[in-house]
Design a protein around this ligand. Structure first.
Ligand SMILES: Nc1ncnc2c1ncn2[C@@H]1O[C@H](COP(=O)(O)OP(=O)(O)OP(=O)(O)O)[C@@H](O)[C@H]1O
Ligand SMILES: O=c1ccn([C@@H]2O[C@H](COP(=O)(O)O)[C@@H](O)[C@H]2O)c(=O)[nH]1
Length: 238
């Protein structure tokens, strides 16, 4: 049997994708599908660490956050990712995956704090680690958290699982003429200001020589194809 292309990956799961066709929140069928994808990959013996976004919950409270102090709104966004992480770990438990949630913000009655050696230990034990609360700092995003944690745990790649199937010349949801790149360098993605990920995340991955694969979380089989090193999504490289 062909072996997976990676032994340890950092998977960035879109928060927005979690709401499925709903207006906000967590869609049950969607989270179960995502977890099934993760289970398939974990079964191959790949060590999986996850960073989950918060857009699905934050979108629901965004009108109330209008005019708020930016840092306060950002802390709300980070707390939204904690809720998603808890839901994700629970859904994993239902399918027999042992997951540990680690938060970048101290909230110890709810989840354990992020401690790097502990995260590494869990991964080596075959547990899935879900990093919650982003970087723990306002003015950042969970994409940057994925780059940061990916570098910290020496992941071989950051897998950005999102609503589109790769990096395009422009936002494919807005521009029907946008075309997909098979691969693109970090420098070009930054210079062209491609908004699929924020520039801080791109720059951190570039400096750490940590490649990113952008692919669809909606397309069945895409995550496994990426893990097996097949031609799927867009590779962002040094
Ligand atoms: N050049 C581009 N190529 C591909 N997608 C793009 C591009 N520019 C903008 N996008 C948009 O970026 C989105 C993905 O990034 P975004 O960070 O907004 O979502 P996410 O990471 O999936 O969600 P969340 O922040 O909730 O985790 C896509 O849904 C797509 O519409
Ligand atoms: O390190 C971080 C990560 C996130 N935030 C805030 O949370 C929301 C949700 O994260 P997404 O990456 O958009 O899914 C984000 O908009 C920020 O407000 C943060 O401040 N720091």
């Amino acid at each position: 049997m062909t072996k997976p292309a990676y032994q340890r990956v950092l998977l960035k799961l879109s928060g927005e994708a979690l709401m499925g066709d709903d207006n906000f929140g967590i869609n049950r069928a969607t989270i179960e599908r995502m977890v099934a994808d993760v289970a398939e990959v974990a079964k191959l013996g790949v060590q999986v660490a996850v960073v989950i976004g918060g857009g699905n919950i934050f979108r629901g409270v965004a009108p109330g956050a209008q005019g708020m102090d930016r840092a306060t709104a950002d802390y709300m966004g980070m707390l939204a990712t904690v809720m998603n992480a808890l839901a994700l770990a629970d859904a994993m438990r239902h399918v027999g995956i042992t997951a540990r949630v680690m938060s970048a913000i101290a909230i110890e009655q709810v989840v354990e704090p992020y401690v790097r050696p502990k995260a590494l230990q869990y991964l080596e034990e075959g547990k899935v680690v879900v990093f919650a609360a982003g970087t723990g700092n306002p003015f950042f995003t969970t994409d940057t958290a994925a780059a940061l944690r990916g570098a910290e745990i020496s992941a071989e790649i950051v897998l950005k699982a999102t609503k589109v199937d790769g990096v395009y010349t422009a936002d494919p949801k807005k521009d029907p003429n946008a075309t997909r790149y098979e691969s693109i360098s970090f420098d070009e993605a930054i210079a062209k200001n491609l908004q699929v990920m924020d520039a801080t995340a791109f720059a951190l991955c570039r400096d750490q020589r940590l490649p990113i694969k952008v692919f669809s979380i909606v397309k069945p089989g895409a995550m496994k194809a990426v893990i097996m090193g097949e031609d799927e999504g867009t590779l962002v490289h040094v």
